[in-house]
Design a protein around this ligand. Structure first.
Ligand code: TYD
Length: 210
């Protein structure tokens, strides 16, 4: 099974991925966690270019290809081989980030975005996507607490992140079976329970298909 996690910055993805990984390992599944952009040597190099504040002059067209290039490598080098070996793959962000951030956030035509996805990920569409939904204000509040410096994309303002969030909610309307929205303001334990429930429901439905 291929499960991806989405959300605006500081939505709690990393915590939830760790909790799900622990749960799955305890239930004797083989698990691998990857992150985007990154996850392979080449993709991590692309990540540095993408997030560096030296590249403030990057055009959105360049940006979408770099995110997708990083993904194209990760899919072929890690995700598909691991799925074939029977692993559950958990990814911190995947193609929905590009739809929401570059497509809706930066106004790149969505039909073009989907065409790029087709090249980058081919048929490697997640079985389940968890979107942890928090508002821009909550994201800012959490980031202030973490007190880390913001990368190139995190430095974008309120209007951008509100569009990104809308972009995610649009994906839910188009693909409600795959894309599940969870209120990110609930406690980490409550959110984890919901994610485990969604995982088990998906397992049953996938087994039914085989
Ligand atoms: P990262 O430090 O991994 O942030 P987070 O912990 O929030 O996932 O940085 C990734 C940044 O890149 C994040 O701001 C979202 C953005 N991004 C895109 O704009 N498009 C994409 O396709 C992906 C994968 C990420």
């Amino acid at each position: 099974m291929f499960i991806t996690f989405e959300g605006i910055d500081a939505s709690g993805k990393t915590t939830q991925i760790k909790l799900l990984e622990k749960y799955l390992l305890e239930h004797n599944y083989q698990v691998i966690v990857v992150r985007e952009p990154g996850g392979t040597k080449l993709s991590e190099e692309i990540r540095n270019i993408l997030l560096s504040k030296e590249n403030l002059n990057m055009f959105k067209e360049c940006e979408i290809f770099l995110f997708s290039a990083s993904r194209a490598q990760l899919v072929r080098e890690v995700i598909i081989p691991k799925l074939k070996e029977g692993f559950i793959v958990l990814s911190d962000r995947f193609h929905d980030s590009t739809t929401a951030y570059q497509g809706v956030g930066r106004n790149i035509n969505l039909e073009d975005v989907y065409a790029i996805h087709r090249i980058a990920i081919d048929n490697c569409i997640p079985d389940l996507t968890i979107f942890l939904d928090i508002t821009f204000e909550e994201s800012i509040r959490r980031k202030k607490n973490i007190n880390s410096s913001l990368d190139r994309i995190e430095s974008m303002g309120k209007e951008f992140f509100e569009k990104v969030r809308e972009g995610y909610l649009e994906i839910q309307k188009r693909e409600p079976e795959r894309f599940k929205v969870i209120n990110g303001n609930a406690s980490p334990e409550e959110i984890h329970k919901k994610i485990v429930q969604l995982f088990n429901d998906k397992l049953i439905s996938l087994r039914g298909l085989r």
